[in-house]
Design a protein. Structure first.
Lengths: 492, 475
């Protein structure tokens, strides 16, 4: 562990003096967080020790609700030990050029991560050295090629590939085509699916990494962007499909103040329609209005069995608006109604909702030039879980280089399938200081208090104090790309 | 009277009193009471002969005053004639004007007033001859130079006097700051030398222009002005053009700057664009001048999200980002994407609001957004749930986590099909195949539901079928 921290510190200290090439831009970002929480521990007692309440409920002698299935033992959850996580990470993002061949550049983003806490409680801290991207790019006006570790953006979700990516453009016909292929990484991960870190529950995993191939064809005449894509993942040894999907997406902006976009993807391997969406946006001088619909169906690779359980999609209609009433007042609102397809399951003893809705509204006020007040309310009622949520933030921007914010909020969360209604409060403060044009530091402290309303003593708590801090350095032969404070609308 | 009103009244009275005393003292010290002395000095030349005769003194001897103001006849007066000319930016010579037949009263008296009712010189008579009778601050530009020195030559003027320069009505026009003043300042060059309108040079120097003008070195009118730090006593304000105030300006500005950046360069340095353009730099940006000596700092831009980036946009930007990555890259760099799509463990809040961890169950359950775009379900969900004791340890229902309903085990089908990703965040497949499998002790409960295409699945990946059916996969 200390070796990793030492490596990170060495990188931060040494980089400004050693990273001298013909041209480079290096961005270093280090951050740390300290969190503690208390989870659950499964437990059991002999059925003979169960206490039967007056209403027929079964509890342990100290009052915790039990589940007895007629066996020798009855089962329950009791509050678990307090776990402390101190995840730290250092990310370096490098671009180098002037490598001897014109138009050739090197791009790399790597990360060192560790959990300094005693319980290794935080996810994503293994392996300690992670390569997010690392590739050589050769780019001309009409052609670009990349080779190495790539993160390919796509409507079919971003996917990591160790391989090659090529793009050609025919400007005369407004056509662009892309192809890529290589050995894939795990879904939303920087390690392959064969890595143990992607298998915490010791499930079945393929022996080899999947092969990924994909292609995209785009037609880009002026305000229109129409593209179709195809992606296939296969097991190299057996040739079995892990996925085969295709998608079409469209974006059109006939006027500066109007935009329509949408798309649909189809799972060729399973013969089902996946996600789809369509939205229309009007950008008025004083307000923005968006309306649309979407369909969401979860996607599972075919090396899992989950797809065979036939998850059903939900459909949603939504609308949102943002009104810039004055120079100092902005109001926003969003509403969505959604409903699931028929699951074709008969469950007379359980009534599960199959539709829900969510609304949110917020306001941002700039009472004085350097002050921002932001508040947001959200209510969500749907199958499985619901929440009502309010948070507020006050930010003071005393100068170009410093930003200070205080925030707080409250959340009420009833759960449908579990006795765990809860109310959580939190308060926090955050500051960002652009100490120099090339480096920035920030710190954040937040206190969370959770009050769980449970009819037995098994109420656990997620009370937390979170301490977070970070530093970002931007270095380079032409270090004109300074790390920026987030856009003003952003909430901490 | 309420105490607050009383304090206000007292404050106002004290303020007015102080102002009045100051005014009286100021008049006493600066002006000689000519009218009171009219009987003693009936004509101007009694004391100021030097104004009309070369070589004569322009001030009386102070002993003339003490002849009466000796402390006995009259209160003592301590007065000394001023050394040198009055600090001014005027090009004026009394001798010349007197030789042309002008009288003192033309400038120093109101029409019809007695000669010794002396006032500071009025510009009106000057303008009658030199500017066709135009109002002082509306006179033709060339007329300014007839009577006034350029600011850089009027060295005797203090910064405070410069700050007190009157503001011409033309400067109040809405378009003056953004368009009008440039045309007014520009004159044809003379013999290769920069020239500038006298109306500008009378009150302004280059330093003043540079407070706004990034392109000062390229503007001949500004270069024609001399440098003078006193010009900063007049505060220039850079207004935001009306075109820049529309919600769609961020979208439009690229198209408008593409053909020419001349007008952009008036107010914007390259660095002001880099406030937002941290990604790939457009060609128009590279044509702008960098900040440096001789150039103004320019408009101070704030990185503001475009109108299209509403609060909703963060959740739905995927299609735009994949369709038009070049648009994103003008303001975002790769680490911005990776920060969310491959989040670091030590990362604080960012995409999600504060407290999201405590409410993520609701969002994950109803799939407001696709968690697996950024989080690997095994690495992020299962491992964390495992640490918190939230993963299943055996056959579904044995431990009783879903204690909201005792019959959940036999009625979980609908919930599972609606939120299968949530199930998979705590359960391994073997928890389900314990009942839903045709082999290995399973109860042969079919998990297949609407839309299931067994033939296609078997063609694509037969091992998937074998996992539950063994080699006896039904056809």
């Amino acid at each position: 562990m200390r070796r990793h921290v030492g490596l990170l510190l060495s990188l931060l200290v040494a980089a400004p003096t050693t990273a001298k090439s013909q041209g480079y831009r290096l961005r270093l970002d280090a951050r740390a967080q300290a969190v503690s929480y208390r989870g659950l521990t499964p437990d059991s007692i002999p059925a003979s020790e169960v206490i039967a309440g007056s209403t027929g409920s079964l509890t342990t002698p100290d009052g915790i609700a039990l589940r007895c299935t007629g066996g020798t033992y009855c089962y329950f959850f009791r509050p678990g030990p307090e776990r402390q996580g101190v995840p730290v990470s250092g990310t370096a993002s490098l671009i180098m050029w002037g490598l001897g061949i014109p138009d050739l550049t090197l791009h790399a983003t790597g990360r060192l991560v560790a959990d300094l806490g005693d319980a290794d409680a935080w996810p994503g801290t293994d392996p300690a050295v992670q390569l997010l991207e690392g590739y050589l790019e050769y780019s001309r006006d009409w052609f670009a090629g990349r080779g190495g570790r790539l993160l390919v953006s796509s409507r079919l979700e971003p996917i990591g590939v160790d391989g090659a990516w090529l793009r050609a453009r025919w400007n005369r016909y407004d056509v662009e085509t892309t192809a890529y292929g290589g050995w894939g990484l795990g879904q939303a991960a920087v390690v392959p699916i064969t890595s143990p870190v992607l298998n915490p529950l010791d499930e079945w995993r393929p022996r080899d990494r999947q092969l990924v191939v994909g292609a995209e064809l785009a037609w880009l005449p002026g305000p229109l962007d129409l593209r179709g894509e195809y992606r296939r993942e296969i097991e190299p040894e057996t040739g079995d499909y892990i996925s085969e999907r295709t998608a079409v997406s469209l974006s059109v902006r006939p006027r500066a103040d109007f935009q329509a976009r949408g798309g649909i993807d189809y799972n060729l391997a399973e013969g089902i329609v996946g996600n789809a969406d369509l939205s229309l946006t009007y950008l008025g001088p004083r307000f923005t209005l968006t309306a649309g619909g979407r369909r969401h169906r979860p996607y599972f690779s075919l090396w899992t069995l989950w797809g065979a359980f036939s998850p059903v999609p939900y459909h949603a209609l939504h609308g949102s608006t943002e009104v810039r009433a004055t120079d100092w007042l902005r109001w926003r609102g969003r509403a969505e109604r959604y409903w699931y397809d028929d699951a074709e399951v008969t469950t007379p003893l359980i009534q599960v909702k199959d539709r829900g809705w969510r609304v949110s509204t917020g306001v941002t006020v700039n009472p004085r030039p350097r002050w921002t007040i932001d508040g947001e309310y959200l209510a969500e009622f749907g199958p499985g879980a619901s929440s009502r949520y309010f948070d507020a933030m006050v930010e003071f921007d005393p100068g170009e280089r410093l930003r200070v914010a205080a925030y707080g909020g409250v959340l009420e969360r009833p759960l449908e399938l579990r006795f765990y209604d809860a109310r959580t409060w939190w308060l926090g403060g955050r500051t960002e200081w652009q100490a120099h044009s090339q480096w920035r530091v920030w710190a954040d402290v937040a206190w969370f208090n959770e009050d769980r309303d449970r009819p037995d003593p098994a109420a656990t708590t997620f009370d937390q104090v979170r301490l977070r801090s970070g530093v970002t350095l931007s270095l380079g032969t032409n270090a004109d790309r300074v790390p920026l404070l987030p856009a003003r609308r952003g909430r901490p | 009277m309420r105490p607050r009103s009383l304090f206000l009244a007292i404050g106002a009275a004290l303020g007015l009193g102080a102002f009045g005393v100051g005014l009286i003292r100021s008049q006493d010290q600066s002006r000689f009471p000519h009218l009171q002395h009219a009987d003693l000095f009936p004509v101007c030349t009694s004391c100021h002969l030097g104004m009309i005769e070369a070589g004569q003194p322009i001030w009386p001897d102070s002993e003339v005053c003490t002849a009466c103001h000796d402390g006995t006849i009259r209160p003592r007066v301590d007065w000394r004639p001023r050394a040198g000319p009055r600090p001014s930016n005027l090009r004026f010579d009394h001798l010349t004007h007197f030789a042309l037949g002008n009288q003192c009263s033309q400038c120093h008296n109101q029409p019809g007033a007695t000669e010794m009712a002396v006032l500071p010189a009025r510009p009106g008579p000057c303008l009658e001859c030199h500017a066709g009778g135009a109002p002082h601050l509306e006179a033709p530009s060339a007329a300014c130079a007839t009577c006034h020195l350029p600011l850089v030559e009027a060295r005797a003027l203090s910064r405070e006097r410069v700050a007190g320069f009157p503001k011409p009505p033309s400067h109040e026009q809405p378009e003056f700051a953004l368009a009008g003043h440039g045309k007014a300042a520009q004159l044809p060059s003379e013999g290769g030398r920069f020239t500038v309108a006298a109306s500008c040079a009378t009150c302004h120097a280059r330093d003043f222009c540079i407070t706004c003008h990034v392109n000062a070195p390229e503007i001949s009118a500004i270069q024609a002005l001399g440098a003078d730090e006193r010009s900063l006593a007049l505060a220039g304000k850079l207004p935001v053009p009306v075109t820049h105030q529309g919600a769609d300006w961020l979208l439009k500005h690229a198209r408008q700057s593409r053909p020419s950046t001349t007008s952009c360069a008036a107010c914007h340095t390259r660095e002001s664009c880099l406030t937002c353009h941290v990604g790939s730099q457009p060609a128009a940006l590279r044509r702008l001048p960098s900040a440096g000596p001789g150039r103004g700092p320019g408009a101070q831009t704030a990185r503001t999200a475009p109108a299209s980036h509403t609060a909703e946009f963060a959740n739905r930007h995927g299609p735009d980002a994949t369709a038009r990555p070049a648009s994103c890259e003008t303001c975002h760099v790769r680490p911005d994407c990776l920060g969310c799509h491959r989040p670091a463990s030590g990362r604080g809040s960012g995409f999600h609001p504060e407290g999201f961890l405590t409410r993520h169950a609701a969002s994950a359950y109803a799939r407001d957004r696709n968690c697996s775009d950024c989080h690997n379900p095994a690495q992020f969900c299962q491992s964390c749930h495992q640490q918190a004791g939230l993963t299943a340890a055996g056959r579904l229902g044995a431990a009783g986590y879903h204690d909201g309903n005792r019959a959940f085990l036999i009625g979980h089908g609908q919930a599972a099909r609606q939120q299968l990703e949530s199930c998979a965040s705590c359960h391994a497949e073997r928890d389900c195949t314990a009942c839903h499998s045709a082999i290995g002790g399973g109860f042969r409960f079919s998990p297949h539901g609407p839309g299931f295409d067994p033939d296609r699945m078997r063609r694509k990946n037969p091992s998937l079928c074998i996992a539950c059916h063994g080699l006896g996969v039904p056809r």
